[in-house]
Design a protein around this ligand. Structure first.
Ligand code: EPZ
Length: 421
């Protein structure tokens, strides 16, 4: 699918089941490399980044197969994983999460060759924190013509303080620590729900981890991890995307299996703006019938603060709310790519610098042809199209397919007139 066509301006009505979480499942899939045996991952979303990770695991020697909607991975016996094989360039470059294979492979085979992961339009996204922390665990790195060669004579537990709570660095450290000799203490760890999910998976496999979900995580290394059956939680950003679609276009929707407890800061903002958000046994029930009120300021922060991944979606919502709002993006240095498209649709947005935009809500948006440049920004343009009068066409939809199983199917279930070609 390359383009999405939306005939917008109609209030939403319907219910949709929220897919499994992309950012939770990717480190879990990397973690299967540390197990000897088969893991079965249920509620695994079928999307580009998961297919990339599946390709990478296969290139390393794992056997993978989809069975009844679950992804089965056999990481085989010790000695059968080839960490020095050349990983497919498209998968490594196409997906930044390829970097978490580093911690897992060091834990499994003690040596890795990996190309630098792909850059990304939302910011520079360096890996200096990953490398500095792994060095403390007895890993050495050499720059090679192909990228990075990493090896260890044996991972050792260490006390590590992360200068900022990087999600990827915390995941890499956890993956390296679970089979290291001795105890690893990670201070300043990221507290995102995806970290807790990874710890839950590893603990089920036999790892010894305490403090998951807090900023200090203690890992005592173990010798063996076993393959297990595991269910991926719902995707908080996908649920937030459809919440925003309802906030922008109005209406009533039920987001079945939305991970409500992981969405508190987003729900607080939505409720403050005037949306009704109720927890029901089936999921999140959202009603939006009146014009929403803009908060004066919205600041992105590490979890449990307002997530950067929801920022561009709220930029769309705020374009149609009453009043003005200043958004401050504190996590990534270049995450306002939808501003020119929203302006073309009639939004009033002033970008004061790379990290701040001021939005003054307008009565309505008009459909235009727009191009997605990255995942969440692309979804935010689709949400804008669902709210706008007339037809919107969003090109570059391969970005959206990295994180959404089928955004057209899901929004159709919520009553949006939308199709992809
Ligand atoms: C994860 O990226 C998510 N990706 C991102 O979601 C999410 O936006 C981000 O966490 C923040 O919540 C996945 O889980 C696959 P970080 P990650 O390391 O791990 C800087 C989406 O749309 N930094 O917490 O890469 C970095 O540049 C994606 O699904 C360093 O300086 O995020 C950034 O400014 C987009 N050096 C900040 O830290 C490092 O070594 C946070 O990055 C590592 C990070």
């Amino acid at each position: 699918m390359e383009s999405i066509y939306i005939h917008g301006g109609i209030a939403l009505q319907g219910q949709v089941r929220i897919q499994g979480s992309k950012n939770a499942v990717l480190p879990v899939l990397a973690a299967t490399l540390l197990t000897e045996g088969t893991s079965i991952i249920g509620n695994c979303p079928r999307l580009t980044d998961v297919f990339y990770m599946q390709t990478l695991l296969e290139s390393l020697g794992c056997q993978t197969v989809w069975e009844e909607g679950k992804l089965k991975i056999n990481a085989k016996k010790a000695g059968e994983i080839h960490a020095l094989s050349e990983m497919p360039e498209e998968a490594v470059k196409g997906m930044r999460s390829s970097i978490i294979l580093l911690g897992a492979l060091l834990g499994r085979t003690h040596e890795v060759r990996i190309e630098y992961p792909g850059g990304c339009v939302i910011g520079k996204r360096p890996i200096d924190l990953h490398l500095a922390a792994l060095k403390k665990m007895n890993v050495e790195f050499e720059e090679k013509s192909f990228g990075l060669y990493a090896y260890t004579e044996g991972l050792c537990g260490a006390e590590i303080t992360l200068p900022l709570p990087s999600v990827g660095a915390t995941e890499n450290l956890l993956l390296a620590a679970v089979k290291a000799k001795g105890t690893t203490i990670i201070r300043g760890a990221a507290r995102e729900p995806e970290i807790k999910t990874l710890c839950d998976f590893l603990s089920l496999c036999g790892a010894d981890i305490t403090g998951a979900g807090s900023s200090t995580i203690i890992v005592r290394g173990v010798e063996h991890l076993a393959g297990v059956e595991f269910e991926v939680p719902g995707d908080r950003i996908v649920a937030g995307t459809y919440l925003c679609a309802c906030m922008a276009a109005g209406g009533e929707v039920l987001l079945k299996e939305a991970p409500i407890l992981q969405m508190q800061s987003v729900l607080e903002t939505a409720i403050k703006m005037g949306a009704s958000c109720q927890t029901t046994p089936e999921g999140l029930y959202v009603q939006v019938h009146d014009k929403l009120q803009a908060p004066r300021k919205l600041v992105t922060e590490p979890y449990p603060g307002f997530p950067t991944d929801m920022q561009s979606l709220f930029l769309t919502v705020l374009s149609l709310a009453e009043g003005s709002c200043l958004i401050e993006e504190t996590i990534f240095e270049n995450r306002f790519h939808t501003v020119p498209c929203l302006r073309d649709m009639g939004a009033k947005i002033v970008q004061t610098d790379a990290r701040h935009v001021l939005i003054e809500g307008v009565e309505e948006l008009q459909g235009v042809r727009a191009a997605a440049q990255e995942l969440r920004g692309g979804a935010a343009l689709v949400v804008a199209g669902a709210a706008a009068k007339g037809e919107t066409i969003v090109d570059g939809c391969h970005f959206i397919e990295r994180g959404y199983e089928n955004i057209c199917r899901d929004l159709r279930e919520l009553g949006v007139r939308i199709y992809g070609v």
